[in-house]
Design a protein around this ligand. Sequence first.
Ligand SMILES: [Fe+2]
Ligand SMILES: [Fe+2]
Length: 355
Amino acid sequence: MIPSGIPPRVYTARQAVQLAKSALVGTRFQTGLAVRSVAGLRFGACSACQAQRLFSTTPAAQLRDIFPAKDTPHIKTTKPAWPHQGYTMDEMLAVTPAHRKPQGFTDWAAWKFVRIARFWMDIATGVGREQQVDKRNPTTAVVASKPLTEAQWLVRFVFLESIAGVPGMVGGMLRHLNSLRRMKRDNGWIETLLEESFNERMHLLTFMKMCEPGWFMKTVLIGAQGVFFNALFVAYLLSPRIVHRFVGYLEEEAVHTYTRVLHEIDGGHLPRWTDPKFTVPDIAVQYWDMPEGHRTMKDLILYIRADEACHRGVNHTLGNLDQKEDPNPFVSEFKDRETPKPALKGTGYERAEVI
Ligand SMILES: [Fe+2]
Ligand SMILES: [Fe+2]
């Protein structure tokens, strides 16, 4: 149990996760303690279920809705710019972790870059050796001898989703400017890329309703975005193909992450999220149009994982195409077949299959 006199200071990453972990284990439904993780996350309750205080060691008085809907005299509601296309339960359950074997040096470099990023992510979130999966199959194996805690998962979700929303915006923006500058058609790539970044932002906003980042986490996110945006901006100008491959590998990690969460939820290792009183945030219910009776954390993760599987298939496929001439197959109507479904094609479509 955490001593009640913890000063509001910054701890090391591992200490933060340990603190959050012990808070979750030792202070079941207890209020009156303010715990800040090193990663800067204050683990607040889901705004939709603050009354139940399922995931919080923060006093109720300190919990707040980070981005409440603005109440105006005339506007009733503001719908998302890109309504979600929706999935059937069968489609969501059919998603599996996958890995595209690197073909050539640039693929290998993109893959290694993602692996190095994940290595540092594990360190930053205090993931011990026993919490890691089989290193020979890091994006497909989901069994580890020790599960992650809800707190560790939320730190990863918030950080990864804040980063994942950047590439689509950079790619879409640069292709948009390229089309204006060269007075040429884009052939349908821009909207898919912008929609991807929008979708990632909805993932982030959903998780932000479950925990509140402190100043340390916010500072890290600002710094990370500054570096990541500029690096991607330059990289996309130099080689959009490599960037799409890199994003494909990043999304392999995302599908792996959410598959592992599902595995641990099914195994009963994340009791806060399987508690019948836990409800997902309203923003998620509205965006994915989650039906009544299917609004558990597991349902939410199934939707998000299917989104990540789409990004994975789309980006691996775009990485196989002629960046200047080929149309985007995922918004095209075909002469002799159905429009391809990226979520179920973990390694992406080869060019000959879709062009
Ligand atoms: Fe995401
Ligand atoms: Fe994604």
